[in-house]
Ligand binder design. Structure first.
Ligand SMILES: NC(=O)c1ccc[n+]([C@@H]2O[C@H](COP(=O)([O-])OP(=O)(O)OC[C@H]3O[C@@H](n4cnc5c(N)ncnc54)[C@H](O)[C@@H]3O)[C@@H](O)[C@H]2O)c1
Length: 346
């Protein structure tokens, strides 16, 4: 049978949910962690560029491309913290994977759910290399759309099973606790950040606010903790008091992007940081002692989306969790595009 050259598998939100649930959320996260880590290991084989961002007063729209020479991927993603007020998501996304050899897309997918999964998987991979060994307690400051994913990835990969939740909107923390029932967590809802970080070996900040906020102050950061700073991911949008950054060993994805978007935008542009991939390949040691404060200054990088696209593509084979999109023109004679248009009128 001649392969259909015009169709591209498309994974809708509905199909993505079915795919994730059919695999199992924690297994999905674990397998995705492996893909993310594999791609960090071959960091040097990727084309890398800081994402292209279009800023407006209320948010940002970004394009995130990368390629490993065989496949090309990109994600369209937004960040609009005020969106939740009228029922929209802060972050939505979709993405494409394509074959470099002929330029044809091989996958088109929703990436709102997939972004939450890949962000959580990346946090967990970073924590495996940077957090204190055997860490079980994590504070999560900001209990919105990303929060449960962060919790489950940390559980699946490194065994975190005690959560201390804080959100300025208690209803968000209640939602998070409700959603995580049955996943084996011991969960406390706290009245403030100070209470939430008590006894936490990992502190995840994942709030949404388009400003230089101070979600975590220096006096709350004790020796030996790992900070997973996820919400500060845009110029003028940070979560940590600058003094924390001066005490911490800072690990980043792609420095040219993180210097613009991450917590380190608050620091001089030559402040030393370590690229996470160097720790993963063993060039540099991550955590060196029990008193060290490690900080993963996460902003989200294109290779992580590429890993997620690759994973979904591999998992789709043999399932019914996609539809075929008539996305590409396929005239009988490749040079007779116009003739194909005319014949459609007949
Ligand atoms: N680093 C990455 O790769 C990555 C990926 C996805 C999302 N993000 C970022 O993560 C953040 C959260 O995303 P989301 O989809 O969960 O957003 P969301 O709007 O669904 O949730 C954010 C939560 O933060 C809470 N919050 C706001 N200010 C707070 C404060 N001062 N203290 C405590 N809680 C506070 C809000 O009440 C809300 O519940 C966003 O800033 C987003 O841009 C980063």
């Amino acid at each position: 049978m001649t392969p259909k050259l015009n169709v591209v598998p498309f994974v809708s939100v509905d199909h993505m949910m079915k795919l994730v649930l059919s695999i199992g959320i924690e297994r999905f996260l674990l397998e995705l962690c492996a893909y993310v880590e594999d791609d960090f290991r071959r960091w040097e084989s990727f084309d890398k560029v800081a994402r292209v961002a279009a800023h407006s007063p209320d948010g940002v729209i970004e394009l995130m491309p990368t390629s490993d020479g065989a496949a090309y991927g990109f994600k369209y993603v937004n960040g609009h913290p005020k969106n939740t007020r009228d029922g929209r998501q802060t972050v939505t996304a979709f993405g494409v994977l394509a074959d470099v050899a002929n330029g044809y897309p091989v996958l088109f997918t929703e990436m709102t759910i997939l972004t939450a999964l890949r962000t959580a998987a990346t946090s967990a991979v970073a924590a495996r290399h940077l957090a204190p060994k055997g860490a079980r307690t994590m504070a999560i400051i900001g209990n919105g759309a990303q929060a449960e994913f962060q919790a489950l990835a940390m559980k699946a990969l490194i065994g975190v099973d005690r959560l201390r939740l804080y959100d300025i909107d208690r209803a968000a923390s209640e939602k998070c606790r409700r959603n995580l029932q049955g996943f084996g967590f011991d969960i406390a809802i706290c009245d403030g950040t100070e209470e939430a970080v008590q006894g936490a070996e990992i502190v995840t900040t994942v709030t949404a606010d388009k400003q230089n906020a101070t979600i975590l102050t220096d006096n709350l950061v004790g020796a030996g903790i790992h900070i997973n700073a996820v919400g500060g991911d845009c110029p003028g949008k940070t979560e940590l008091q600058a003094a924390i950054l001066r005490r911490a060993d800072i690990f980043v994805e792609y420095p040219p992007q993180t210097r613009i978007e991450g917590e380190i935008q608050q620091l001089p542009s030559d402040h030393p940081v370590t690229e996470l991939w160097r720790v993963i390949v063993g060039d540099v040691q991550g955590r060196t002692d029990g008193r060290q404060i490690t900080l993963f200054d996460s902003v989200g990088f294109a290779t992580e989306d590429f890993s997620a696209l690759r994973y979904v593509r591999d998992k789709l084979a043999g399932t019914a969790f996609y539809e075929e999109l008539d996305l590409l023109a396929d005239p009988d004679d490749p040079r007779d595009l116009f003739g194909m248009l005319l014949r459609a009128a007949a």
